[in-house]
Design a protein around this ligand. Structure first.
Ligand code: FAD
Length: 521
């Protein structure tokens, strides 16, 4: 019989299995050689005290016992000849997890993805980082695996209500993610590992008889009597199925416009806009680990910050310890940044989005209507690109300002080193960002500095703009059935539908859509 115990360890102890065994033996008053195996169930860092500790829950096996698998492997059915078929538009986390769930239910998924497969997508992303221009169909937002493929791959979610989050971790693990995703309190995969996992998911879908069509942009829905029949793609093909999952993410502005033209009801919703801030990782380590030297055994420190400024939230978003800032626009003449990190989180920089909550009512009157918030987002992204082009003719250069200068409303004559590969150019973000954003950001940063003295420093830089942290559109759906409120058989899903945010909750939404479809068929 295994026993589950809770240990409080030093980072060095927690790093080494034999030290954990020794600590477990001490805890259980057993000779160390009686412990034959151990299985970590939960691991988190407690950095509240001066000396950070690792909290570990583990199953301990004694006298020759061995751990069994911690979860049941998913059983994917062969759907090559399945009578029921579902089109999935988009191969991000919501589309892929919907497809996997359909396989479990014996329904054939047909995925249409506007971008390229993950290997070819990497080539376009390298070109983008070299300032050789953007491929508007294959970039950080579009292509196999969706927006999360070249990301930090953080897998935690605040929304525990939607479903079984642990099952998402198990499915990632089944497709090649490290064991740590099963037990870390804040699991993450890393942009060096995610593409391989996405390829494994693709293989599962193809091996079971599902279809995946890359470079196949959906350009129209086929609707009869308010019921979905299928869709058309840019290359002139028609696809027909029993239902259609719309898992397009929140960057497909052309697709939103196409839907609006086809009379599909859309709604403007609250979203967030701001900047990405980058500090030296060593500074963030000092602030979060209370001045202690991080050493070899603690991970690059992360933070999560939130404050209220004049009735709107200002908060950190998608913090990437040991990461890089990346160009995350999907269109020409537009500048958008986001963050990613590799599995080791070992760059010398810590970056995070710092964004201001925006309600549709906050926007000037010319940005009203269903697409108003989206148009506002586009306006700021274009303005950001124009501001960078004042000083540089390289297409992906981003405007930047030292953090303290931004807060104090001063120009930065020089900029610090930055991880953003296409390069940054000095700019007065404090002057050209709309007031509803810049003034709240300035106050928000002051609040963060009160909490973590030294956070506002000129060793840190802000880079514009972080505008794709959430969708400015909702595609309204029935609360119970998840179908569009007017079109039967159409399932808006994931981040682009306005009902999820982040990899895990989008994946969960995809699973739920697949389950709803199975019920309705
Ligand atoms: C650089 C970066 C880092 C991020 N880091 C994290 C992180 O660490 N953790 C986290 O939880 N979240 C992160 N995110 C956010 C996360 O990626 C998204 O929340 C998530 O991918 C949303 O999933 P989705 O399936 O709803 O949409 P998406 O992932 O956006 O996928 C939508 C897919 O639909 C395709 N598509 C769009 N329109 C069409 C069309 N008309 N026809 C065919 N295909 C179409 C797109 O090409 C895309 O592949 C990051 C995002 C970025 C850009």
């Amino acid at each position: 019989m295994s026993q589950t115990i809770n240990l409080i360890l030093t980072p060095k102890q927690a790093h080494d299995i034999s030290s954990i065994k020794k600590a477990a033996a001490l805890f259980l008053h057993l000779p160390a050689n009686q412990i034959t195996d151990l299985q970590i169930v939960r691991k988190s860092i407690d950095a509240r005290q001066q000396t950070p500790k690792i909290l570990l829950t583990a199953n301990i096996f004694t006298n020759g016992e061995k751990p069994t698998a911690t979860y049941s492997a998913p059983v994917y059915k062969n759907v090559s000849n399945a009578k029921r078929q579902v089109i999935i538009v988009g191969s991000g986390p919501s589309g892929l997890f919907a497809a996997l769930q359909l396989l479990e239910l014996g329904i054939k998924p047909i995925i249409l993805e506007r971008g390229k497969d993950v290997s070819n997508r990497k080539i376009d992303i390298a070109q983008l980082n070299r300032n050789n221009g953007i491929n508007t169909e294959s970039n950080y937002c579009f292509g196999e695996g969706g927006a999360g493929t070249f990301s930090d791959g953080k897998l935690y979610s605040r929304s525990k209500k939607r479903g079984n989050i642990q099952r998402i971790m198990e499915i990632f693990h089944f497709h090649g993610a490290n064991d740590s995703v099963l037990y870390e309190a804040h699991p993450h995969i890393g942009s060096d590992k995610l593409p391989q996992i996405i390829k494994h998911i693709r293989q599962t879908i193809l091996d079971c008889g599902g279809e995946i069509h890359f470079e196949s942009k959906m350009t129209g829905l086929i609707i009869e009597d308010k019921r979905i029949k299928g869709c058309t793609t840019a290359d002139g093909k028609n696809y027909f199925a029993d239902a259609l999952i719309l898992a397009i993410g929140h960057s497909a502005h052309d697709t939103y416009r196409m839907l609006a033209q086809q009379g599909v009801t859309l709604e403007a919703k609250g979203f967030a806009l701001g900047v990405r801030v980058e500090h030296p990782q060593s500074l963030i380590d000092q602030l979060m680990y209370h001045g202690a030297v991080r050493g070899d055994y603690l991970p690059a420190a992360a933070y999560s910050l939130v404050t209220q400024v004049r009735d709107r939230g200002v908060y950190s978003f998608c913090m990437c310890p040991g990461g890089h800032i990346v160009p995350a626009s999907s269109g020409k003449e537009s500048c958008v940044v986001n963050g990613m990190s590799a599995s080791q989180r070992n760059s010398q920089y810590a970056n995070s989005g710092i964004v201001v909550e925006i309600h549709p009512d906050d926007l000037p009157k010319e940005y009203k209507g269903a697409l108003g918030a989206l148009e506002y987002q586009e306006m700021v992204e274009h303005l950001c690109w124009q501001e960078a082009q004042r000083v540089s003719d390289k297409p992906s250069v981003a405007p930047a300002q030292r953090l303290k200068d931004f807060v104090e409303g001063k120009a930065s004559a020089t900029l610090p080193q930055c991880s953003y590969l296409p390069g940054i150019a000095p700019s007065r973000l404090d002057l050209w960002l709309p007031d509803i954003i810049s003034q709240r950001l300035q106050q928000g940063f002051r609040d963060f500095d009160r909490k973590y003295k030294g956070f506002v420093t000129n060793d840190a830089v802000i880079v514009g703009v972080e505008s794709r942290s959430s969708s400015p559109i909702r595609i309204p759906r029935d609360r119970e059935t998840m179908q569009h409120i007017e079109i039967h058989g159409l399932y808006p899903c994931g981040e682009g539908a306005g009902y999820a945010g982040g990899i895990t909750s989008s994946a969960m939404d995809g699973i739920n859509a697949a389950l709803m479809i199975a019920e309705s068929l």
